[in-house]
Design a protein around this ligand. Structure first.
Ligand SMILES: NC(=O)c1ccc[n+]([C@@H]2O[C@H](COP(=O)([O-])OP(=O)(O)OC[C@H]3O[C@@H](n4cnc5c(N)ncnc54)[C@H](O)[C@@H]3O)[C@@H](O)[C@H]2O)c1
Length: 368
């Protein structure tokens, strides 16, 4: 366990000494989870494409926290088989994907290929190796058939997706269900010992996201350029959350599977904010500007060429009831933590990695 690690008194203590395999560890969510798991004493193996030069991975120095890493394509089943056979993880978290809606509109074939065939390559490697393991596959809140609906989505709701990214994530959900029915049957978990669950979170915020066409990275770039941010759908409502919130949900789900091996947990779980804590894009940006220590230019509204769902909310009843998970930071707090991270990155570069660690420690204090 590393210096600065939170004291060991939470439901995820079970990860201490366990081997975890994270695909997409160079990305935004994967790099935060790598840091967190390493802080609580897990041996983390990362598998991804190389990180972008400006990324949470590079800024925080995530490589230092890894047991090992392999920079390779998620669609390469043979390499996956080999590294999984050698490393023998207790838990696999699958983040590697093309994660952007706009990029998906422009590159539908690549989006489907990476998201669907990448997941199939991983599932095939797991099936062919046949080693006992807990597998958490990260899909999205966008996997549901929206059809003008404004009420919260439950895990049993119909899957859909009116754009390539959303459709690819719905497809991954269906594929996982087929693997559960065909090979990793929850009722026979004691025999095959491969537990497969999927997780559907909303839009996450937090320090270190530099993706294009995402609202917080766009806001940060507009601050750096001293130009107003352009809002394309200011009234769109999204289930924003700090990145640590769903990550804690994924950890809790995996730790519950590790300890109970109960079939109920081999299923899909939503993670999102309380229904009374969802914000519009405009509200999110207004609050971010309020939390930024300096004056920022006012946002400008321009219409978008692509359709975006006006309202997207998740019901978190199942995660609350059977996992005991619930959101711990209100959106205001999540926005302030995010603004502080980017402010440190801009003006106090040497403080920024301790800021990520500090965020995790503060979150862990609440979990206790
Ligand atoms: N960020 C969000 O708001 C959000 C919301 C819901 C779901 N998700 C899902 O969470 C996961 C992680 O998202 P993120 O925001 O961290 O994205 P990101 O772009 O920051 O990270 C993506 C990761 O996937 C890896 N990757 C991409 N293509 C690959 C390939 N062909 N082979 C190997 N690795 C590859 C990248 O190297 C990177 O490590 C994705 O599955 C995404 O769909 C994200």
């Amino acid at each position: 366990m590393l210096e600065g690690a939170p004291p060991v008194t939470s439901p995820i203590d079970i990860f201490t000494g366990k081997k975890t395999f994270i695909t997409g560890h160079t990305g935004f969510k994967g790099s935060w989870l790598t840091l967190w798991l390493s802080l609580i004493g897990s041996h983390v193996y990362g598998y991804s494409l190389p990180a972008a030069a400006e990324s949470h991975y590079n800024i925080v120095g995530i490589k230092e926290y890894l047991h090992d890493e392999l920079l390779a394509d998620i669609r390469d089943r043979d390499i996956l088989k080999k590294v999984l056979m050698e490393f023998r993880p207790d838990v696999i978290f699958h983040f590697a994907a093309q994660p952007l809606v706009t990029y998906g509109y422009l590159n539908p074939r690549e989006t489907h290929d990476v998201n669907i065939m990448g997941t199939i390559a991983l599932l095939e490697a797991i099936r062919e190796n046949g080693q006992p393991v807990i597998v958490i596959i990260v899909t999205s809140d966008k996997c549901y058939a929206v059809e003008g609906r404004t009420s919260c989505f439950q895990e049993s709701d119909r899957l859909g997706g009116s754009d390539p990214y959303s459709a690819s994530k719905a497809a991954v959900e269906i594929i996982c269900e087929s693997y559960r029915c065909s090979y990793f049957t929850p009722e026979k978990l004691n025999e095959h010992q491969i537990a497969l669950a999927t997780v559907r979170a909303g839009n996450v915020i937090g320090g270190g996201d530099f993706a294009s066409d995402r609202i917080i990275p766009d806001m940060f770039r507009s601050i750096v350029a001293k130009e107003p941010i352009i809002l394309r759908n200011p009234q769109a409502i999204r289930p924003w959350q700090h990145v640590l919130e769903p990550l804690y949900g994924y950890l809790l789900l995996a730790s519950t599977l590790l300890t109970t091996r109960e079939e109920t947990f081999c299923s899909a779980f939503n993670f999102g904010p309380d229904s009374n804590d969802c914000l519009t894009v405009q509200e999110l940006i207004d609050r971010f500007i309020g939390a930024w220590p300096e004056k920022c230019a006012k946002p400008v509204v321009k219409s978008s060429d692509f359709h975006e769902t006006p309202v997207l909310n998740l019901s978190v009843e199942k995660s609350r009831d059977i996992l005991g998970w619930s959101p711990l930071w209100k959106n205001q707090q999540a926005i302030e933590k995010t603004a502080n991270w980017y402010y440190d990155y801009l003006y106090n570069g040497n403080l920024v990695s301790s800021r990520s660690i500090q965020d995790i420690i503060e979150y862990m204090d609440l979990v206790k």
